[in-house]
Design a protein around this ligand. Structure first.
Ligand code: 5GP
Length: 121
């Protein structure tokens, strides 16, 4: 899938849409999810134009990929959720219901998070 420069996270990165920033480094930006599903719900996105993890790890240099995952961990530290624990999750593609086609990792925390994934019958 081609990257859409007008997706909502691209617009946040360009400052066209506000966000509640939690942390950023050279390659990543972390901000609060607009529809939080847990008391702490933060998104971490690469600053570059990548649709998915596949796209990101294929097209981005290794230091950018590394810097992104360091930013995820640093964001969790700054949120103060490391001791109690947290969950990171990335929806990728159709079967995962990826809503925004700019690669992102969710950080969920702030309460017991239950089973890892909803069981279907
Ligand atoms: P996905 O389903 O693609 O993994 O998750 C997309 C997430 O982006 C959702 O949790 C949704 O609430 C969040 N989101 C969508 N639009 C905006 C926005 O304009 N600002 C922020 N901060 N989050 C958004």
């Amino acid at each position: 899938m081609a990257y859409d420069n007008d997706n909502i996270f691209a617009r946040i990165l360009r400052g066209e849409i506000p966000c509640k920033k939690v942390y950023e480094n050279e390659v990543a930006l972390a901000f609060e999810d607009i529809r939080p599903q847990t008391p702490v719900h933060v998104l971490v996105i690469p600053k570059g134009p990548y649709v998915s993890l596949d796209d990101f790890t294929t097209a981005a240099p290794a230091d950018e990929v590394g810097g992104f995952f360091v930013a995820v961990a640093e964001t969790a530290r700054r949120l103060g959720v490391v001791d109690n624990g947290y969950r990171i999750l990335a929806n990728i593609g159709r079967d995962a219901n990826q809503e925004v086609a700019h690669f992102h990792v969710h950080i969920f925390a702030g309460r017991p998070l239950g089973p890892m994934i909803k069981r279907s019958s």
